[in-house]
Design a protein around this ligand. Structure first.
Ligand SMILES: NC(=O)c1ccc[n+]([C@@H]2O[C@H](COP(=O)([O-])OP(=O)(O)OC[C@H]3O[C@@H](n4cnc5c(N)ncnc54)[C@H](OP(=O)(O)O)[C@@H]3O)[C@@H](O)[C@H]2O)c1
Length: 325
């Protein structure tokens, strides 16, 4: 088979090449999927640089989620040949003709879900649902502030936050991205590059602060929003797109009766939890009812994978970039 492979860590523009490599053989509980669509994620940029928490042995293939048709199954696989399946591969591997999925982190895809939708919603909606529901316990009537709100996980958080009955404050870096947030249900929009984030949140919340803060960005933005949490509020740490891992004073946590919680969605899969699969089928129902709608910024053919990564790296993207065969 062929795959986008890198044999040393570096920038995708110089280390990622379309090469021939052996087709993997499914082991126990695994299936081999012939690729139809792969959604790119921010971690793909980190994987090729060796900066992601999971490092596959070199030479390696990026791509953490993908959809396709099962071509072969290993012993104990829950799939059969011909099933359409979507899978999450923590260490990468989906940017290839074929990739392996494991029972714990792959699901069949119902007929009403397109390849592109299935590829676009596993990681983003999984992350945002587990962050908001399981970790932050977001309640109807609460205020949810979303940083990086026009990104992949950010838009999913807006849509799910609205479904859960929250008032959503979306924070993004330009007017076009904020308009996308508005179209996806955000009640209040803050341009966190041009506006005083702390003052705007105080104004919007009557001085109280937001009940839940969803943070996939970190860095300087975290330093600001940690001052905008309501009494009994929760900050959910999702990621560090800004690059710097920030910190928080414990007296601030005490004085606001605040909780700072982390969410690593992939851990639920790695530990064999049934919850992600249940959530996935709930997302498919929500999609059928038009309650959620994964935003796909661009669909590109496989030979334009570099362009897809460039779109994410340049921050021009809102929602998802999907690569199709
Ligand atoms: N914890 C988990 O389980 C989990 C799962 C999935 C993703 N993540 C993490 O969540 C973060 C966001 O992922 P995503 O897929 O939503 O990415 P994305 O689509 O690229 O969105 C990231 C957003 O962050 C904002 N941002 C601020 N500073 C940035 C910078 N220096 N570089 C790039 N973006 C910056 C951008 O919005 P503006 O341009 O509007 O500022 C962008 O829209 C990543 O760190 C990722 O690793 C975590």
């Amino acid at each position: 088979m062929h795959a986008w492979q890198f044999d040393h860590y570096g920038h995708y523009s110089e280390n990622l090449h379309w090469v021939e490599r052996p087709t993997p053989t499914p082991g126990f509980g695994e299936a081999l999927v012939r690729t139809r669509a792969v959604s790119l994620n921010f971690p793909d940029l980190l994987i090729v640089q060796g900066m992601y928490q999971h490092k596959a042995p070199l030479p390696a293939v990026p791509g953490v989620e993908g959809v396709g048709v099962v071509e072969a199954v290993g012993p104990g696989s829950k799939f059969k040949v011909g099933d359409r399946a979507v899978g999450f591969c923590h260490g990468g591997g989906t940017l290839a003709d074929c990739f392996l999925v494991h029972n714990n982190s792959a699901w069949t895809v119902p007929g009403h879900v397109t390849d592109e939708q299935a590829a676009a919603l596993s990681v983003t909606y999984g992350t945002s649902y587990f962050g908001l529901h399981h970790r932050a316990h977001l309640q109807a009537g609460e205020t949810l502030l979303v940083l990086g709100a026009a990104g992949g996980v950010g838009l999913a958080a807006i849509q799910l936050g609205k479904l859960m009955g929250a008032t959503v404050i979306a924070c993004a870096g330009d007017a076009a991205k904020l308009e996308v947030c508005r179209l996806n249900g955000a009640d209040h929009l803050v341009n966190y590059k041009d506006e005083d984030l702390i003052e705007r949140v105080k104004d919007i919340t009557g001085g109280e602060g937001a009940n839940v803060i969803y943070d996939p960005v970190g860095g300087d933005f975290f330093d600001k929003v940690k001052r905008c949490v309501a009494w009994d509020g929760r900050i959910v740490i999702i990621g560090f797109a800004a690059g710097r891992i920030p910190s928080i004073e414990t007296n601030r946590i005490l004085l606001k009766n605040m909780a700072v919680v982390g969410l690593a969605w992939g851990q639920y899969l790695d530990r064999g939890s049934r919850l992600p699969e249940e959530a996935q089928f709930r997302f498919y129902d929500m999609l059928a009812r038009r309650q959620i709608d994964p935003v796909i910024y661009r669909t590109l053919p496989f030979d334009q994978t570099h362009e897809g990564l460039r779109i994410i790296e340049s921050r021009e993207v809102y929602g998802k970039v999907v690569i199709t065969r």
